[in-house]
Design a protein around this ligand. Structure first.
Ligand code: XIL
Length: 570
């Protein structure tokens, strides 16, 4: 198998190359078109599941809270995957742990699979075990016993607490021995009984009061069949632009993968190409997750939008610290160090892509700098750690380094959110104009376009017109339309009328893009289906938010029809 994969990649690469050569020159306003799919894999059919929740703790606590006296924070450096995990500290009783509200997340009466990776925090060994019983409840132990990967005889367990008939009930689901030396999985099937109220999932111990680490939480359920009798999005929008979505590893098999390859022609790794994922420690590159997504892209003939090289978030702290832990400042020496790190990072990514994929490298476009704009500042640039050390020049450096590393055919974007707002639009346009005047190789502007039903489409259209006048490419990179009318509106269900309104919104948006033919080079939504949306966990838990084109059962929503065939909207 190990030898098969490079062979497959080479074969797919050759196919892609032939197709690209046959396809002839690219039209200037369009992203490179996706290429023909390689033959389908013959691997055994994976489980047909959809993900209803995943927490990776790469960028916050993902809606988890401390239980009892416990507090939760993200912990960089000790992760099962990526760069960080959830640290649970301040535990004074065995049941004090990390808790997540499951209301609206799991469907009562439906079986779900829960998987939570845990370990004791390094340095936690030797903490006095408490005598108390876990949970302090009467339900007894009905859980499966998982196998420990080593360590001390402390146990962690997964519990759901809920109200039923006015009583608090504790379902102890699974427990496993755990130590400080290895991550172990708490995994179990669970069906929330009908009629339960306020279900909450938590990780607790059966004795130890040590600090805990939690990572890579997933809740999945069986997915209904993917609709095969509706048009493929990419066909419906073929005359407009390639259509893409953000993906994580949960989307690469089973029903989600079927949905993905049926409708989309480009993908953006949601987190796998961020600096935290690729270089969690200086000089230690971890390409596994990225390779997984990119191999999938090559196998299925999908183009990849690279996200992202330079950002103030999802960038490990070590980038901005000297060897002695001191924060870097604007001295010549520190500037040289940070620039060298930037260059080393970008070059390592480019070299890896070249080595693994050669001419079949599916990453044709990159968000080189993400979220750099701040309209409140005179020069329009956000004061972040890059700026603090390198000054405004860091943006130009990043683009020049990227051009050098990826070559002239890779399209380089300055990507930002909120560009539909007048002030941010103006600031972004000024920054781009300045960069172009200085000869900085910026090819385009990425509009994240995280909007909600309260944002007038006319604002978005003004933005598209503004940048079209500037003559730069534009990509819609992270589109989602929250059904909340403002970021503060808390929904306690997903109202049908909002979904209908959202269908009209997507319709209006497409109509606006079509009034500016050729201005938008690609359109990507930020997630394959609603339950996979980042908005479910950000800025707080929002289990009823539904910003995407397909619902939690992977079925087409009015939002999909708004893009594909508005006549189908009521
Ligand atoms: C988000 C991802 O969707 C989450 O999974 C992650 O925890 C945090 O980042 N703007 C961006 C994206 O540029 O990288 C963000 O993605 C969403 C906002």
């Amino acid at each position: 198998m190990r030898r098969l994969i490079p062979a497959l990649i080479l074969a797919a690469g050759a196919l892609v190359l032939v197709v690209v050569l046959l396809a002839g020159p690219l039209s200037p306003s369009q992203e490179p078109e996706p290429t023909a799919a390689a033959p389908a894999s013959t691997a055994a059919a994976p489980e047909r599941v959809s993900t209803v929740l995943s927490s990776e703790f790469e960028d916050g606590t993902d809606g988890w809270e401390g239980l009892g006296t416990a507090e939760v924070t993200t912990r960089e450096g000790d992760a099962r995957s990526g760069a960080s995990s959830l640290l649970v500290s301040g535990r004074t009783e065995a049941w004090n742990g990390a808790l997540l509200d499951l209301q609206g997340v799991v469907t009562p009466g439906t079986e779900h699979t829960l998987s939570v990776w845990v370990r004791l925090a390094p340095g936690a060994a030797g903490t006095e075990p408490a005598a108390a019983d876990a949970g302090g409840d009467e339900t007894g132990d009905t859980g499966d016993r998982a196998v420990a990967a080593g360590g001390e005889a402390d146990e962690l367990q997964l519990t759901v607490r809920r109200d039923a008939d006015g009583e608090r009930v504790y379902d102890h689901l699974v427990h496993t021995p755990v130590g400080t030396d290895a991550w172990v999985e708490l995994r179990t099937a669970y069906t929330l009984p009908e009629g339960s109220q306020h279900p909450e999932l938590y990780v607790e111990s059966t004795g130890t009061l040590a600090d805990l680490l939690v990572d890579d939480v997933t809740v999945t359920k069986e997915a209904p069949p993917v609709q095969t009798d509706i048009p493929a999005l990419r066909d419906a929008l073929a005359a407009d632009f390639p259509v893409g979505t953000a993906v994580g590893r949960q989307d690469l098999e089973g029903a989600p993968a079927e949905l993905l390859t049926r409708h989309f022609s480009t993908i953006t790794p949601e987190n796998a190409l961020k600096p935290t994922s690729l270089q969690p420690h200086e000089g230690e590159f971890t390409f596994e997750q990225a390779d997984q997504v990119l191999d999938f892209a090559v196998e299925h003939g999908l183009a990849v939008h690279g996200h992202t090289l330079v950002w103030h978030r999802s960038t490990p702290d070590w980038f901005f610290r000297a060897a002695d832990g001191r924060e870097l400042g604007p001295s010549a020496e520190d500037q040289a160090l940070l620039l060298a790190r930037l260059e080393a990072h970008v070059r390592a990514v480019a070299d890896h892509l070249q080595e693994r994929y050669g001419d079949a490298n599916p990453v044709r476009t990159w968000d080189v700098v993400n979220e750099a704009i701040d309209p409140e500042e005179d020069d329009g640039l956000r004061r972040n750690q890059w700026y603090a050390v390198l000054g405004p020049e860091y943006v130009a450096h990043a683009f020049r380094i990227a051009r050098e590393a990826f070559g002239p055919d890779t399209v380089l974007y300055l990507n930002d959110y909120g560009t539909e707002g007048a002030a941010k639009r103006r600031a972004a346009a000024d920054v781009v104009r300045r960069l172009l005047d200085e000869g900085v190789p910026v090819d385009g502007v990425g509009h994240q376009m995280h909007v909600n039903l309260g944002v007038p489409v006319s604002r978005i259209e003004d933005t598209i017109a503004t940048f079209a006048d500037l003559g730069v490419r534009q990509a819609v990179t992270e589109l989602d339309v929250a059904i909340a009318e403002s970021p503060d509106e808390a929904l306690d269900h997903t109202p049908r009328e909002r979904l209908d309104e959202q269908g009209l919104y997507y319709q209006d948006l497409l109509a606006a893009f079509r009034r500016h033919p050729g201005a938008v080079s690609s359109l990507s939504v930020w997630g394959l289906y609603d339950a996979r949306s980042w908005l479910r966990a950000w800025p707080t838990e929002r289990p009823y938010e539904a910003p995407l084109l397909f619902d939690g059962d992977l079925q087409a929503k009015p939002a999909y029809w708004g893009l594909v065939d508005p006549a189908r909207l009521d």
